[in-house]
Design a protein around this ligand. Structure first.
Ligand code: SF4
Length: 136
């Protein structure tokens, strides 16, 4: 396991929006499959409500926020709680590269939606690796 601090990758809650679902799935794909040794995720609601256990894994650790849309709920909330944000990613920015794509609904992604979600996860993982190098 890396001796570096794990990077916190924190998705917006995104309920009711396909871009929110993509943000959550991309974060899970990153921390469970692409770089489980270098990254972990935390529940945004726990951070916002000041849950002690969540904040213990949050303080003084680099963060990447992943938001569905320009409301940037995760980035704003993590910043408000004093998080050390190294990167703010937005699903909508990636969707702009896939004009006309049909990613699915708020509850279910299409194969195209999963493919774009994996692309987002790859971007997150790339930043995780870079941040870990910067933190050395
Ligand atoms: S950033 Fe957008 S998709 Fe995510 S929780 Fe906020 S409003 Fe919903």
């Amino acid at each position: 396991m890396s001796t570096n601090k794990k990077v916190n990758v924190i998705a917006c809650s995104g309920m009711g929006k396909v871009y929110g679902l993509m943000a959550r799935e991309a974060v899970l794909h990153t921390v469970q499959r692409l770089c489980p040794e270098q990254a972990k995720t935390l529940c945004l609601a726990y951070i916002v409500t000041g849950d002690e256990e969540a904040l213990a894994g949050f303080d003084n650790q680099p963060c990447i926020t992943v938001d569905g849309c320009p409301a940037m709920c995760s980035a704003k909330s993590v910043a408000a709680m004093g998080g050390d944000i190294k990167e703010e990613l937005k699903v909508l920015d990636v969707m702009k590269l896939h004009k006309g794509a049909k990613p699915g609904t708020a509850t279910e992604l299409t194969p195209e939606g999963w493919a774009i979600t994996e692309e987002i996860a790859a971007k997150i993982a790339e930043r995780v690796q870079e941040i870990q190098k910067e933190e050395r």
